[in-house]
Write a protein that binds this ligand. Structure first.
Ligand SMILES: CC(C)(COP(=O)(O)OP(=O)(O)OC[C@H]1O[C@@H](n2cnc3c(N)ncnc32)[C@H](O)[C@@H]1OP(=O)(O)O)[C@@H](O)C(=O)NCCC(=O)NCCS
Length: 322
């Protein structure tokens, strides 16, 4: 029988959890969120229905895949996020299933004003990444992990110490401004107040780390880390930045060493970080220091003019007068 795509209903929860757990049995590395556990998978799939539009693929009366999106964010937010537990498909016919599911879901998303679609995919699921690439997505962010052993020391290490509240203003903007440059070209839409409030809060918490590096009394770098929201027993770096004039002299490595020491002392089994795939220095730095990809964020940006330039548009006004 043909593949049929229908709205996701609660009766699909059980088979969807089995598909999700089955798909992740081999795909994830140490420290990762345990999606291979059917109980964990069921709990996450349960929440799928409340998050936003969700569709299911059915063949011969059996669920063979599902795709759901979270429509969160402030009013007017154009992003739709498909988290790692919001999609799965049986291995047989996986490509066709994803194509049919996205054909249905993408229309719902655009109708809801969501033009930036992101999908989180386990790095082990190369076939899913390939399938999404063929649907117009590209790899934007890479999540990587490594053990908490310190990196090999570089020739000239900077002095690294815990941050103080007065340190935090100076380097906050550097990372965002860096990411606005080519080839990353991410708009530096910075909510400075929220960042500062977050840092001040972090300074009071035992399981949060804020380190700065200094040379000759000037701040040259900063890193922030804390427990990962998704990956078990993992300390994840939120921000790592070294001022442009101090780069490539071992400061980033010294900050990473401070972070890995802290993570090991606090019982974390894994260190994590996430970087923009196109970032030339970040990609070389993290991979060079042993972070191996465990998850990709794929993004597709849709031209919003499709909401009026479509099959119903009358081209009569565009014709030259007879
Ligand atoms: C990424 C960043 C924090 C690194 O800091 P840094 O002080 O330049 O890092 P280091 O001097 O310790 O190391 C940089 C070098 O490490 C290299 N490297 C790779 N493997 C290494 C290893 N095992 N040991 C030492 N260095 C290694 C990097 O490729 C780079 O080489 P280069 O100097 O020859 O170009 C810094 O470049 C930065 O702030 N960049 C802009 C913001 C940014 O990208 N932040 C991370 C985003 S997620």
């Amino acid at each position: 029988m043909d593949l049929e795509v229908v709205p996701f209903e609660s009766r699909f929860t059980e088979p969807a959890a089995a598909l999700l757990a089955g798909g992740h049995r081999q795909a994830q590395g140490a420290g990762a969120l345990d999606l291979a556990d059917v109980e964990v998978a069921r709990r996450l799939v349960d929440a799928v229905l409340d998050a936003g539009p969700a569709v299911a693929a059915v063949r011969d009366g059996r669920l063979v895949g599902y795709l759901a999106a979270a429509l969160t964010g402030p009013p007017g937010d154009q992003r739709a996020r498909i988290r790692i537990h919001q999609h799965a498909a049986a291995p047989t016919g996986r490509r066709q299933t994803y194509r049919a599911l996205y054909a249905a879901l993408s229309g719902h998303l655009v109708a809801a004003g969501r033009f930036e679609h992101t999908v989180l995919v386990a790095a082990g699921h190369r076939d899913v990444t390939d399938c999404l690439t063929e649907l117009g997505f590209g790899i934007d962010q890479i999540k990587g992990i490594r053990p908490p052993q310190p990196p090999p020391a570089t020739a000239r290490a900077a002095r690294v110490r815990p941050a103080r509240p007065e340190d935090l203003a100076e380097l906050t903007l550097e990372s965002q401004k860096f990411h606005a440059q080519p080839p990353m070209l991410r708009p530096a839409l910075i909510d400075l107040r929220a960042i500062h409030d977050g840092f001040r809060q972090a300074l009071t918490e035992d399981r949060q780390l804020l380190l700065v590096a200094e040379e000759h009394g000037h701040l040259t770098g900063m890193t922030q880390a804390g427990p990962d929201a998704r990956f078990r027993a993992t300390a994840t770096i939120g921000i790592a930045v070294v001022t442009a004039s101090a780069r490539s002299r071992g400061t980033g490595t010294a900050l990473l060493a401070g972070m890995t020491d802290w993570a090991a002392a606090h019982g974390f089994e894994t260190c994590g970080t996430e970087w923009t795939s196109a970032n030339p220095v970040g990609d070389a730095f993290w991979r060079g220091h042993g972070f191996t990809p465990v998850r990709y964020t794929l993004t597709r940006l849709i031209d919003a003019r499709v909401t009026w330039a479509h099959a119903d548009l009358s081209y009569r006004g565009f014709l030259p007068d007879p």
